[in-house]
Design a protein around this ligand. Structure first.
Ligand SMILES: [Zn+2]
Length: 112
């Protein structure tokens, strides 16, 4: 049986990442992660479990729809080509769902 001890103790400080749109530093739990998968595709990492190189954006629709420069994503993810408009619109749509979900979740009780 192989034992592996964690090299670091429990981290008190949250992991801070930078939104690639507005450059705000945020706790990564408050950001949406875009990941470049092993296949070279871009996807939204909604559970924080996907492996691959990631870029972060705020849970703020404005960052996705206005502040989002494909070049930033290309640079952050080390892409050979900038993401296509179609890819971006799919990502933005997924992100918007996550953002809306998190806003609704924060409101607490659902009455329906
Ligand atoms: Zn932002």
């Amino acid at each position: 049986m192989r034992t592996s001890t964690p090299s670091t103790k429990y981290k008190i400080h949250p992991t801070i990442r930078t939104c690639i749109a507005c450059r705000t530093h945020e706790n990564k739990n408050n950001l949406v992660r875009i990941v470049r998968t092993a296949q070279g595709n871009l996807d939204i990492d909604s559970n924080g479990t996907l492996a691959g190189r990631g870029a972060y954006l705020c849970k703020n629709v404005d960052c996705w729809e206005n502040g989002f420069v494909p070049q930033s994503l290309q640079d952050s993810l080390n892409l050979v080509n900038p993401p296509t408009t179609k890819t971006l619109s799919v990502l933005t749509k997924k992100a918007r769902d996550i953002i809306l979900e998190s806003i609704n979740g924060k409101k607490g009780h659902k009455n329906d």
